[in-house]
Write a protein that binds this ligand. Sequence first.
Ligand code: GDP
Ligand code: IMO
Ligand code: MG
Length: 426
Amino acid sequence: MKKSKLSNWKGVAAVIGVDWGDSGKGRLIDNLAQTADVVARFNGGSNTGHTVKNKFGKFALHIIPSGIFNSKSINIVGKNVLVDLESLIDDELQQLKKAKVSWKNLRIDQRATLVMPWHKMRDGQREESRNAKIGTTKRGVGPAYADRIERVGIRVRDLYRKDFKDLLGEEIKIQNKYFSLNLSPSKIYSQFHKYTNLIKPLVTETTSLVKSAIKNKKNVLFEGAQGYFLDVDAGTYPFVTSSNTGIIGIWRCFDVHPTDINYVIGITKAYTTRVGSGPMPTYIKGEQRDWIIKKGGEVGTTSGRIRDPGWLDLVLLKTACENNRVTNIAMTKLDVLSQLKEIKVCIQYKIGNSTTDYISGDADFLSSVKPVYKTLPGWNEDISKARNLTDLPQEARNFIKFVENYTKLPISFIGVGPDRSEVIYA
Ligand code: GDP
Ligand code: IMO
Ligand code: MG
């Protein structure tokens, strides 16, 4: 097992969720960005909600990378990120402005696809009219990525075309006709005209920025959104998002090959959660469910929905780590498990009498498995002040060791509270 301290990481590092999202990626990126020259986001849109709590305050970021608080690092929104300008300008930049955090080092790829008002409307309408709901965040992510794949999306660079008004008018005509919408071209044009001027100094080509930073031996940190089991190809389809959330997403966004990444950090909570529809074999019911939701504050950053809690699923965790060649695990919210008499972890799946591995790509499969649990003793102590492994109660250390042995990977970052300072670098 390779032990390397993440507190002084160097080279190229990537953070990806190895679950269904909301694992604490924002806070981990905020921690690791202290030594980053470049932080680059590679997937997702404003469906993402990355919470950061540090000396500047508490923030919920959707598009802007969580490294923005390090004034020395360039923060990049890559071409495969969906740029939702309403979220970026009217929400996120306002949060930063209030806290006097500079965004002069923010860069937005000119080839990124824009989320337009009709994408959000279509996302919402389709969800409302379906019986079997995906449970999307209604941020227009599915329809906007669909337009990108269909090659009809409006991109950031289009905002600066001389004929942008005509282009927008033509697209709105199509949207109104085929999706029975009643969009006003003049209203949308004036909204986007305002945005266009505001972000102009930030718009650039970002692939070469990232590649030359790597070539020049800068510290480059990739920020993933969501988690591996929400990946459109690897996750529990159709209850997934519309992008590549795993390591492959970096390749597609920045032309950086996975073998060029020194640290692939797979992040999970010490338990798991899922928001929206779709199966979760280790779903926790009853009083324990309510207790974890309350203690863990399991309410969505973006949609305000309750996140369903489940026990840590080592079958899924190991699969995500193997498929993405994870080198280090980051585990957050260990503090939330304090006071539980017993903690369960899923160590195997059964279908009937046979055991099975995780098979990518289908919700039906995951609905049919039964989890086999190992029960570990819990601990009573408040661990939020722990800063070294030796500060943890023996039972908490045994829990960490059990996961390390199962995954054959080191747990190098342990979150014991949401603040930047509340961490153990192991
Ligand atoms: P992300 O989408 O992966 O960035 O995660 P979210 O921000 O959506 O959700 C994680 C939540 O857990 C946020 O409210 C964080 O402030 C909080 N959090 C992160 N790490 C820890 C931790 O170690 N302990 C506790 N108690 N809360 C944490
Ligand atoms: P972060 O980056 C948790 C879920 C939605 C829904 C499904 C599809 O904060 O971890 P979408 O709006 O993408 O079409 O919704 O994916 N989902 C997330 N769940 N964390 C996220 O992001 C998520 N982004 C999307 O709840 O089930
Ligand atoms: Mg989140």
